[in-house]
Write a protein that binds this ligand. Structure first.
Ligand SMILES: [Zn+2]
Length: 420
């Protein structure tokens, strides 16, 4: 994995300082202002003062520094003919830095170029024909769809980092995939393989797909404004991401949230992980296909669409199958609710498509008459970002260090030779 360059403060930021403590505060405030514009879009200086509780003189200096770092602009407002002058708005530079987001899904591969502010500059998604695939071949395919994006005009020198979403257990430290059973992977150095394939001298961060979807849904989707939030992501497998007190809780090594493998049953069937107790056995995609009486070898979005179409047509068998999945999902969610007391749970991926048909049975379990204040208060909603939530989460994951410390952006862009 490419290592992150040490942050250095460009000379442009060295004014208005008297010491290290003040310098640290200034860098934190740069990050706070840039993150606010990243999240909220264009804002006036007065709005930034109100939102962040920073005085106008400090905001003026910070906006000046961010402008010199070529991260924001403050264009003059267009004449609108009405009395009074509208305020200038601090906005992300449209020709500013980008991250490359990549997604390995069980049924597709995707790539996107995303700027600060979450603006998608380009995106592509292609279907995969086989779920189990040799890692080297899959990385070649991923690089092939990313290449036209990063080789496009006006992109050279602007890509700060790469973020990758993948199923499986991902070691946060170095992007090593321990197991991704639905891909047939064990011990894959995904960050290193993608870095070598792309040939970009930038950091590569890899995250679990459920955790990436959670980041995106928390920032711009169904979890926006909710500081205690869980997003459940289902494709071939089931995972979840946890936001606690406004911060991701992904575990000491990044393996947290594996909802699909919590023990809820004890039957004859075996989970891909080897256990016979997992939630995935009774609430996953295979379970839905099985409950619906569909052929055993059917899988993927097309197979789910067949069951949904039957449910929409009123098929009792399809409706019962969906209700059964919802029941078991409710049992799994009850455990997470009791442990983390979220205010809101979003159902993403396959569960977002199933939501209209499973929400009642999920809530029936959560609302069981037990003395549980957590379960009676939690809200269960469909995810808001559709099929791209994990991809957009990978972009946010790659951007996060630069939003925390915008001086890193300057160092990265200056070192890559961008003059745009
Ligand atoms: Zn399992």
């Amino acid at each position: 994995m490419a290592t992150e360059a040490p942050a250095s403060v460009p000379r442009a930021l060295s004014t208005h300082r008297r010491g290290g403590q003040q310098s640290g505060l200034r860098r934190r405030n740069l990050g706070r202002v840039l993150r606010e514009v990243h999240l909220a879009g264009p804002l006036s200086r007065a709005e930034l003062c109100d939102r962040l509780g920073i005085d106008s003189s400090t905001i003026r200096h910070i906006v000046h520094d961010l402008s010199r770092l070529r991260l924001v602009i403050e264009p003059a407002p267009a004449e609108h003919g009405a009395p009074g002058r509208p305020p200038r708005l601090v906005s992300v530079r449209p020709d500013g830095p980008l991250v490359l987001a990549l997604e390995v899904a069980t049924d597709s591969l995707a790539a996107a170029l995303v700027g600060i502010g979450g603006v998608v500059r380009a995106k592509t998604r292609v279907a995969r024909t086989s779920r189990v695939q040799d890692p080297a071949a899959l990385v070649d395919a991923l690089v092939a769809i990313a290449r036209p994006l990063i080789d496009a005009p006006n992109v050279a020198g602007r890509v700060l980092a790469v973020g990758i979403s993948t199923p499986g257990s991902v070691r946060a430290e170095d992007g090593f995939v321990g197991f991704a059973v639905n891909l047939g992977w064990e011990g894959v150095p995904l960050a290193d393989l993608v870095a070598a394939g792309l040939g970009l001298e930038v950091p590569v961060r890899v995250g679990n797909d459920a955790q990436m979807a959670t980041l995106a849904e928390h920032i711009r989707g169904s979890g926006a404004g909710c500081s205690d939030f869980i997003c459940v992501w289902a494709e071939a497998g089931i995972g979840s991401g946890i936001i606690a007190s406004g911060r991701p809780l992904f575990g000491s090594q990044g393996y947290g949230g594996r909802l699909g493998h919590i023990p809820v049953t004890n039957g004859d069937r075996q989970c891909h992980c080897g256990s016979r107790r997992c939630l995935e056995i009774v609430a996953g995609e295979d379970a839905l296909i099985r409950y619906a009486g569909r052929p055993f070898d059917e899988a993927g979005p097309d197979a789910i669409a067949v069951v949904l179409a039957a449910a929409e047509a009123g098929s009792p068998a399809a409706l019962a199958a969906l209700s059964e999945v919802g029941h078991w999902l409710g049992i799994g969610l009850s455990a997470e609710v009791e442990l983390f007391n979220p205010a809101r749970i979003a159902l993403a991926g396959m569960y977002a498509r199933l939501y209209p048909f499973i929400c009642a049975s999920v809530k029936e379990v959560l609302d069981e008459p037990v003395l549980s204040p957590s379960r009676s208060l939690v809200e269960v909603v469909p995810a808001a970002l559709g099929a791209d939530s994990a991809l957009m989460g990978a972009a946010e994951f790659a951007l996060a260090p630069y939003l925390d410390d915008p001086a890193r952006v300057a160092a990265a862009v200056v070192s890559s030779g961008s003059t745009s």
